[in-house]
Structure formats: C-alpha cells, structure tokens
Design a protein around this ligand. Sequence first.
Ligand SMILES: [Zn+2]
Length: 291
Amino acid sequence: MLLDPPIPVLLPHGLFDEDGRCHRQGELRALTGREEWSLAQAGERPGPRAVSELLAACLGRLGDYPRVDASLAACLTRGDRHHLALHLRARLYGDRLTLVARCPAPGCEAVADVDVRLSALSPERPLDAPEVLTVALPEGTAEVREPTGEDDAVLADAQGSRAERAALLWSRLVVVDGRALTPSSWLGLPARSRHAVALALADGTSAPDLGLLARCPKCSAWLELELDPFALLTRELRGGAARLETEVHVLAFHYHWSEADILALPRARRWRYLELLRNELEGRPLVDGWS
Ligand SMILES: [Zn+2]
C-alpha cells in the first residue's frame, strides 16, 4: 500500500520509563478511514479507552519504544493525548479552526466567531518537563504528576459526586513524603495545602492551554470557551460520515476493492484515487504532461 510517511511529533510531556528516562519524540500516522468512521460513531466524544485505542493505531515509534499499544497510550498524560488529537485534527482539516460561541450576557445572546490556530494552542516545547512537580507543604513534601489516560479511564468508571470523583483523581496524582493517598486522606489535608498542590500543577503543567477568550462583537462581554480536541474531531468527522460512505461506494464501484481495503486508506490516499478516477472518467491525462 502506498502510504504517506508518518509526521514527527514532539510530545509536550512524554512517557517516563522505569529508569526515569523520558521518551517524547513520536511518529504520528494519518487516521485511516476505519478510524475516521469509528470516531464519527463515538457520540459526543470517545471515552478514555477508545482514545487509547485510537492513539495506539496512529502512533508509531515513541522514543525508544518501537511501537505504542493501547496500554502504553493510556500512560500518556492527558495533555499529550490532547496534543496528539490537535495534530490529527490539523492533518485532516488544517491548522485553523473557527468556533462559534453565543454570548452569555443576559439579553445579548449574540453569536461570535472565534478563530483559533491549533499550533498556537500547543506550541512545541523544546525543554523537557519534569516527571513530577514538587510542593513543600506543612504536612511534608508533596509530589504531584499530571493526569493520564489511565486516570481518566478510572474516573470514567467511578461512581459518586463530582467532588468525590475529584478527590479520587487527586489521591491518584499526589503522594506526600512518598506515601500514597486515599480520597479521604486527600480531603483530610487542609484546604490551603490542597490549593497549593492544585496551583503547582496548573502552573507547571505541560498540557496545551485549551481555554479560549474572545469578546462579544455586540456587547464586548468576555466569552470563555474550553476546547475539547477529541470532541472537536468527533464532531467534524460525524459531519463528514456521509461523504466517507460515498467515497467507499465510488472506490468500491470502480476499483472493486473491498470496504475493508478502502477504509484502511487514509483520507489523502482515498482523495488521490478519487482524483485519478475523475481524470480517467473525464478523459483527462492521469498525470500532468502525459496524454
Ligand atoms: Zn454580548
């Protein structure tokens, strides 16, 4: 199969191995039609485990890891996973994005276009991020790490209120003087200490900043948006699902390839064959300069 080479991607955080070495330089393949289709069917957004499967399908080498499976992809930080999703989106639809937001000011409700450059949301970070951040608390030295896909998968399965689930997450991210925490021992820390840990993570995170601010064009109120890269990708692919079906139909009809073979192609290959097919059917040269 003729496939485009994977693009190099430098993860903002990277994967730390047991020896503490960080693996950040990855290779990202384009989504195939099969992955486009499964994302288009993923509802509002794919769950954390589906994201791990997707990233495992798209990631080639990562540092010294020759390949990335779903369990390794689950160990990537939430920020690295978002960074990869932004790259996948940019490769499918380009770097620019226009979001539409409605003004929340009472009685205004004007609609604003917010223009975003994905590469500006998650610029390449040449410097290595630390594996954990350290915070000196009255209770001892806290170490906090960034949440991963695995943490998100545990949270997705967890019952309880929003506050209980938040405590569960913090108990997984934080150790104090080398001791693991439970959700109740996290909540047992003074509010000032919990705040100091949250602040250290917010300041020290390597994750892309997905919060966007824009002015309402009518009343100048501030509009706040939070971009979810996987929800964005899902929404856009859902909008293109009918087109993908048509592409499969046309290629199968003319080339007699199976559905599975066509869906194994990334979009750029499918579109190239459709272009060649159109030239053929319209009697135009297949290659410029040839008759
Ligand atoms: Zn307004």
